[in-house]
Design a protein around this ligand. Structure first.
Ligand SMILES: Cc1cc2nc3c(=O)[nH]c(=O)nc-3n(C[C@H](O)[C@H](O)[C@H](O)COP(=O)(O)OP(=O)(O)OC[C@H]3O[C@@H](n4cnc5c(N)ncnc54)[C@H](O)[C@@H]3O)c2cc1C
Length: 384
């Protein structure tokens, strides 16, 4: 066997899919019976445009692969873009600055009416304008990872083994520079030429020193799925793009790089400090059934506290009601956890000959996964 991938989230499956495309034989192992990690708990937003520098380049190659894999594996990657809503002059200024900094058409400024109609509102009260981020994609997080795993498993040289926990991996180099890797699992030992470890926020469970060195913490996010109120006579509003707001502009690098970002932070500190207290990124995406995935808050610690804080949920819901201009009924709440580090946005490290640990440590693994996988595999050349 050429490759064992540990972890069947989006990062592991991106590596597995691209390795299969290179002709490698691949086995993916996951400790669970189906993927239930960060990759199914998120918004499904490939947040391409809001990345900057090298991450933007990586995100754009990820986008190409996501679209190609959507065709092959039969999941929907909607070229829906994202709408960023501006409700104050500082927010509008950042969008204007970003539009001027990017190639023509990539960031398209919208007036208040255009912005509100794209988020399913019949009025533009409180909205000054916005921008449409052309290159962003939207996938349904609850079905995408399962579809990708099924595709990998259906390939003649691919296999996914669920309910199989990796306990460790060791590698050795032969005299010719060739590598042999041994992966110990709860269901026996696997031998391969390479192993790529994509266990999300659980790097510390297998390589605690590496996790400590990269200062990986767990970032805990509160999310909800909500139903939008609408007239009996009218259909549920359709919100095609992902929807971002002021707090998204405080989080993603393309916005924080802009000259007006500091002014926006001061504005939120003065007017809505509770949003900063809970680390809010008020954003939403629509699922195929019309319900919205709304979130989120951010809290950082080594171990994820299991409790959902009701005040945090209410602050987020109130802000979503204000942004969308309609009442929302909560159907489900859950917690998501991702790996976070201030050291770097992602970790790629060889921990033994032929054994590479990969983790996105900046909360945008859905966006970067395939671009990162492309680079990891290229660095492993020559291919087996
Ligand atoms: C609420 C929330 C919202 C987010 N929104 C977005 C977004 O809109 N856009 C975006 O780009 N990113 C978003 N992210 C971040 C993104 O979801 C993550 O960066 C990404 O899913 C990480 O993928 P992963 O495959 O590394 O981890 P995971 O999806 O967590 O997968 C890791 C897998 O490894 C398995 N595993 C762990 N240990 C072992 C072991 N020892 N043996 C075998 N298997 C093991 C687990 O069972 C799991 O299936 C969000 C995250 C959260 C939590």
């Amino acid at each position: 066997m050429d490759l064992v991938v540990i972890g069947a989230g989006i990062v592991g499956l991106a590596h597995a899919s691209l390795a299969l495309a290179e002709g490698w034989s691949v086995v993916v192992v996951d400790r669970d019976h189906e993927a239930v990690g960060a990759s199914v708990r998120n918004f499904g937003h490939a947040c391409i445009t809001a990345q900057s520098g090298d991450l933007h380049t990586m995100a754009k190659s990820s986008r190409r692969h996501l679209l190609a894999m959507a065709e092959k594996a039969g999941f929907r990657a909607a070229e829906a873009g994202a709408v960023v809503i501006a409700r104050t002059p500082a927010e509008l200024a950042i969008l204007e600055e970003l539009a001027a900094a990017r190639e023509a058409g990539e960031v398209q400024l919208l007036d208040a009416e255009e912005t509100s109609s794209r988020i399913g509102r019949s009025d533009a009260e409180g909205i000054l304008g916005g921008a449409w981020l052309r290159d962003d994609l939207r996938v349904d997080p609850r079905t995408t990872v399962a579809a990708l795993a099924a595709w990998v498993d259906a390939q003649p040289r691919g296999e996914v083994r669920w309910n199989t926990t990796a306990l460790g991996a060791d590698g050795a180099s032969g005299a010719q520079g060739d590598q042999t890797v041994v992966v110990r699992t709860s269901r026996g030992t696997l031998h391969a030429r390479r192993a790529i470890v994509c266990v999300g926020n659980d790097v510390d469970r297998l390589w605690p020193e590496l996790a400590a060195e990269h200062q990986i913490q767990r970032c805990v996010l509160q999310m909800a799925r909500v139903q939008m109120a609408h007239d009996e006579a009218s259909a549920e509003p359709e919100i095609v793009p992902a929807v971002l707001t002021a707090t998204s502009m405080l989080r993603y690098p393309a916005f924080t790089d802009m000259p007006s970002a500091q002014g926006l932070r001061e504005q939120v500190v003065a007017a809505q400090p509770e949003l900063l207290e809970i680390g809010a990124n008020v954003m939403c995406t629509q699922r195929p059934d019309g319900t919205l995935l709304v979130g989120d808050s951010h809290a950082y610690s080594l171990t994820a506290a299991p409790f959902l804080d009701e005040r945090t949920s209410q602050i987020l819901l109130d802000e979503h009601r204000a942004v969308l201009g309609r009442d929302l009924t909560v159907i489900e709440r859950w917690q998501g956890v991702y790996a976070s580090s201030d050291v770097a946005p992602y970790l790629v490290r060889d921990v033994a000959p032929g054994v590479t640990v990969v983790s996105v440590t900046s909360g945008v693994g859905m966006t970067l996964s395939f671009g990162l996988a492309e680079r990891t595999l290229a660095a492993m050349a020559p291919t087996p």
